[in-house]
Design a protein around this ligand. Structure first.
Ligand SMILES: [Cu+2]
Length: 159
């Protein structure tokens, strides 16, 4: 049996990421905002960096910790924050995209159970080139503070 058809028979959640092609894109500063216990929707944030010379397109996100994951963008419409779903998210060549409160985020729908600070959420990012990236995001009350994380100098390190 071909590897590919074998993989198709396995639930995604049980797949080790080592059996899939690892994406060149990396995720840093990932976190999920803690929601009230009654809420079954969570928002995940991270910085996606693409070291490649071609753009990378995030097409789908899956998680064993919730029913589905949507790519959302928050924007102001007439002074009111509104979310809209996007089909994909393009990370530019040699660039990065920041998913952060008030902007892009991953919307986790139908959480398996209430997630509190100290928990973490498993996500698998699926890119257009067939590659995947596994991300484990800690649940936090608020955005983590990274000392120099936003300094432009950090982006200019030679490879
Ligand atoms: Cu949303």
């Amino acid at each position: 049996m071909k590897m590919r058809s074998l993989l198709a028979l396995l639930p995604v959640a049980t797949l080790g990421v080592t059996t899939l092609a690892q994406a060149d894109v990396s995720a840093t500063s990932s976190w999920v905002r803690e929601a009230p216990p009654s809420a079954d929707v969570l928002a995940a944030y991270m910085v996606l960096k693409n070291p490649d010379s071609s753009a990378s397109v995030l097409q789908q996100v899956t998680s064993p910790d919730c029913k589905s994951v949507e790519i959302h963008q928050t924007s102001l419409q007439n002074g009111v924050a509104a979310m809209s779903a996007k089909d994909s998210l393009t990370i530019p060549a040699h660039g990065h995209i920041k998913l952060s409160p008030g902007g892009y985020h991953l919307m986790l729908m139908g959480a398996a159970h209430p997630f509190k600070v100290g928990d973490s959420v498993s996500l698998v990012l699926h890119f257009k080139d067939g590659k995947t990236l596994a991300v484990t995001a800690p649940v936090l009350k608020d955005a983590p503070v990274h000392k120099a994380a936003s300094a432009p100098a950090a982006e200019q390190k030679p490879n």
